[in-house]
Design a protein around this ligand. Structure first.
Ligand code: HOZ
Length: 431
């Protein structure tokens, strides 16, 4: 087949690079893991993106997670427009903030109070500050391959673009910022037990993506998850779930509801803003009661609780609650897994498919992927060829082996079969 002409995107990228570092406002978008120029998007609707050159793509990124209902869902658009007509920002409280907080609280049993911020990074940064303020301890534990935004103290062995681009530790993060961060291997229960036995009473909190999306999709083992809850409780450390990606994605309420777990604090973003810039952290009332002005732990933001974003979030959560798409998303994503693995077998390509609900990753490896080391056994050069072959066939996948793909509710069974057909052709061609 002929490679589609993407000249307009390429020219737009060249122009952007003269004005914006690397031509993008977040490195995950720059196609560093797959080579070539990123697509420049002209518009999006339903399950599709449309690029500057007039090509259309089934969108399995969904803005890296938020667009679970697809692009331009009419109820979300109507809510955002109605809010916008009442003014775009007040710098003063409005009832929309309380309404969205109440929706989150009603959906997630462990969350008794919520504070809204403007991004997932702000949410995790604020949650670990709160964990430290509440416990009076400094040490934070994270897991290799988990990514919690670009918070200085968490930018160690991080996943997502920090992993794709091979920059686990960024220049500009002073050693002092990470001295109190301990990194463990995900799913390594023995290492966790050893650390808590030695230093448990000095640990303020443990932060993790309960189901990891940022080294590709990696679920926790039951033993690891339960031990994490038991040890943090025993030692008075706070368990912090970063549900920025999984919140309201893996079921109404998120990963913790699916797993039956109860963390002390949870971080949100993406879906709860319905496609607008929102983050949130919430949890136990006694802990959240320490946030200023209720308590002494400082955290603030001019655009926090922005009315347009709140309205879009309310419309999105209301739709997810009243017309839950989760069972269909699960079935469609399972069908993608079966189809992709069959295509890989036919093409004699070693592969593993990790999936929970509508988040999934096809790893090009013959090794089960349970942590960062096993994720890194993947053939990233083959992934890059596969990515472009899929793109040429109208399927837009995450541009890195170490990211999760997202199925959205606007996709029909025909879109799923189209994706599997594209994968069969792509793997037959690239091998
Ligand atoms: N947190 C997103 C998924 N890994 C990446 C978004 C970004 O860095 O732009």
């Amino acid at each position: 087949m002929q490679t589609p002409d993407r000249t307009k995107s390429a020219l737009a990228f060249e122009r952007a690079k003269r004005a914006i570092p690397g031509g993008v406002n977040s490195p995950a978008r720059a196609f560093g893991g797959v080579g070539g120029s990123p697509l420049f998007i002209a518009r999006a609707h339903g399950p599709r993106l449309y690029d500057l050159d007039g090509h259309e793509y089934l969108d399995f990124i969904g803005s890296w997670g938020p667009m679970i209902l697809g692009h331009c869902h009419p109820k979300v658009v109507d809510a955002a427009v109605a809010a916008l007509m009442n003014g775009s920002s007040y710098g003063a409280p409005c009832e929309l903030e309380t309404q969205l907080a109440e929706l989150v609280i009603a959906a997630v049993p462990s969350v008794e109070m919520v504070r809204f911020v403007s991004s997932g990074t702000e949410a995790t940064m604020s949650a670990i500050r709160l964990a430290r303020g509440f416990t009076g301890r400094d040490r934070i534990v994270k897991f290799a391959g988990c990514y919690h935004g670009h918070v200085d103290s968490l930018l160690v062995s991080a996943g997502s673009s920090a992993l794709t681009l091979g920059v686990p530790n960024s220049p500009g993060v002073p050693a002092g910022c990470t001295n109190d961060t301990t990194v463990l291997r995900f799913n390594d229960t023995a290492a966790l037990a050893e650390l808590f036995a030695a230093k448990g009473d000095r640990i303020a909190g443990v932060i993790l993506e309960p189901i990891v999306g940022n080294m590709g999709l990696v679920p926790p083992s039951d033993e690891f998850r339960r031990e994490l809850r038991r040890l943090t409780q025993k030692h008075g450390a706070l368990l912090i779930y970063d549900e920025v990606m999984t919140g309201f994605r893996l079921g109404y309420g998120g990963a913790q509801v699916l797993l039956g777990e109860s963390p002390d604090l949870s971080c949100y973003g993406k879906i709860i803003g319905g496609g607008y810039p929102v983050g949130a952290y919430g949890g136990r009332a006694d802990v959240m009661g320490k946030v200023m002005p209720a308590g002494p732990v400082f955290q603030a933001g001019t655009l926090s609780g922005n009315p347009v974003a709140m309205a879009a979030g309310i419309a999105t959560l209301t739709e997810l609650r009243d017309n839950p798409p989760y069972a269909r998303l699960d079935a469609q994503s399972a069908r993608i897994g079966a189809g992709l693995l069959e295509a890989a077998r036919t093409a004699n390509v070693p592969a593993r498919f990790n999936r929970v609900g509508s988040m999934w990753t096809l790893f090009f490896t013959g090794t089960d992927v349970t942590d960062l080391d096993t994720a890194k056994t993947s053939d990233t050069a083959r992934f890059a060829r596969f990515f472009w072959a899929m793109m040429d066939r109208g399927v837009y996948l995450p541009c890195s082996q170490f990211e999760a793909a997202f199925t959205c509710a606007a996709m029909t069974d025909a879109h799923i079969e189209q994706t599997i057909g594209a994968a069969s052709e792509s793997l037959a061609v690239i091998g």
